[in-house]
Design a binder for this molecule. Structure first.
Ligand code: 3HC
Length: 353
């Protein structure tokens, strides 16, 4: 987006709209109105909003909220799968799972970096996660009880994530949209490895087939909850869609996911644990049963099976990793000061060799 940047204008002092995050009831001044008009026109034209462009404070806050929640989900999501790295049934499966868990760390990194372009540091966001002031996806508060859960997470959880995230590649905020392109490519590999793993189990012994079915039974409903509350209970969807942060509502994406998953389950030879799933000729979509939104709310309140375990482990990993961050910061500081760059070339060469 060109024209008005945050540097060229002062940040707003008077409001033009509630959505602009400014004081309601305050008379808009001409500069605010002009900046908002440029922003609105860019969104309407499907231009990207870039970090130095002026943006309404509420748009910035919504992005930070969603991107932080997304980044936190990526790194907390490493835990349930990492649980199986040491017990993967073959070297091939172990290598795949290690690569996948590393990918999730990378996704967190892209997203924290993208959020930094909005003026929030990674430290600040992690502090909020650790203090319980920011969320991560409900799905990662469920346990991985068997090896088949690794397959169910890949097929269903990563499948749901892709359905939700492909439209985010067209998010109006440039850094988020660009981060999502690579993330979606990697998630696609994750989804396929899960599907292939479940297929092998489903076609294996009776016990392996039963293990795959049990995993699907436990992960199906929580996967549907990943898309968020139903549209009539979604507090942010309408505004986020108007700003083109979200391109589709929670229910639209959930429906899309069900329609994709039903034939895949058939191909896998597994059953989805919902007797109400059937093709609706009139709608051209599958009907499906009622989601237990009480369970969803309980998980969001911290009462899921693994909430406590996940956040405790995350805090511990952060504390135990302090020395790595300190060492990296010291190394970076040493190599960016003018004295080390110019006055001591021999030492520099020795240290980096
Ligand atoms: N888990 C936890 N909280 C959830 C949630 C979920 N599955 N779905 C919604 N919520 C929360 C919202 O954050 C909001 O709470 P807040 O006001 O305190 O922030 C509240 O429930 C109301 O929901 P809304 O529908 O109004 O919220 P959004 O408009 O933000 O929509 C969303 C929710 C669809 C999850 C959206 O934020 C989104 O698309 N986020 C980006 C994708 C993302 O976060 N994915 C995480 C999935 S896991 C993952 O990516 C890792 C991969 O490896 C599998």
């Amino acid at each position: 987006m060109a024209a008005v940047t945050a540097d060229q204008t002062t940040q707003s002092t008077s409001g033009t709209a509630e959505a602009a995050g400014q004081a309601v009831g305050t008379a808009p001044d001409a500069a605010d109105a002009a900046r908002l008009a440029v922003f609105d026109a860019a969104v309407a034209a499907d231009d990207r909003i870039e970090p130095r462009d002026w943006m309404p404070e509420a748009y910035r806050a919504t992005l930070v909220r969603q991107m932080a929640q997304h980044a936190h989900s990526e790194i907390i999501g490493m835990q349930p799968e990492a649980n199986w790295i040491t017990r993967a049934p073959s070297l091939r499966r172990k290598a795949i799972l290690m690569a996948k868990v590393q990918d999730e760390a990378g996704h967190g990194l892209y997203l924290y970096s993208a959020a930094e372009t909005l003026g929030t540091s990674r430290e600040e966001l992690l502090d909020k996660l650790h203090a319980g002031r920011q969320r991560y996806s409900s799905i990662f508060n469920y346990p991985t009880l068997t090896w088949a859960d690794v397959g169910a997470i890949g097929w269903l959880v990563d499948g749901a994530a892709i359905t939700n995230q492909v439209p985010l590649c067209r998010c109006s905020y440039g850094p988020y949209a660009r981060a999502m392109v690579r993330i979606c490519k990697e998630e696609s590999f994750h989804q396929r490895q899960g599907y292939e793993l479940l297929l092998a189990l489903s076609r294996g012994t009776e016990a392996q087939h039963a293990m795959a079915q049990d995993a699907v039974d436990r992960w199906w409903w929580p996967s549907l909850m990943m898309f968020g509350p139903p549209d009539d209970a979604s507090s942010h969807s309408e505004q986020s869609m108007a700003w083109k942060i979200k391109r589709h509502s929670n229910d639209e994406l959930r429906q899309r996911f069900v329609d994709i998953a039903v034939p895949q389950a058939e191909a896998l030879g597994l059953t989805l644990p919902d007797p109400d799933i059937r093709w609706n000729e009139e709608r051209g979509q599958h009907d499906f049963g009622a989601i237990d939104w009480t369970e969803f709310q309980e998980v969001l309140k911290g009462n899921g099976p693994c909430n406590e375990q996940r956040i405790t482990q995350r805090r511990r990993a952060h504390e135990e990793g302090a020395w790595v961050r300190d060492a990296a910061a010291a190394y970076a500081a040493k190599h960016t000061t003018p004295s080390t760059r110019t006055a001591q070339p021999a030492q520099h060469v020795e240290e980096t060799a």
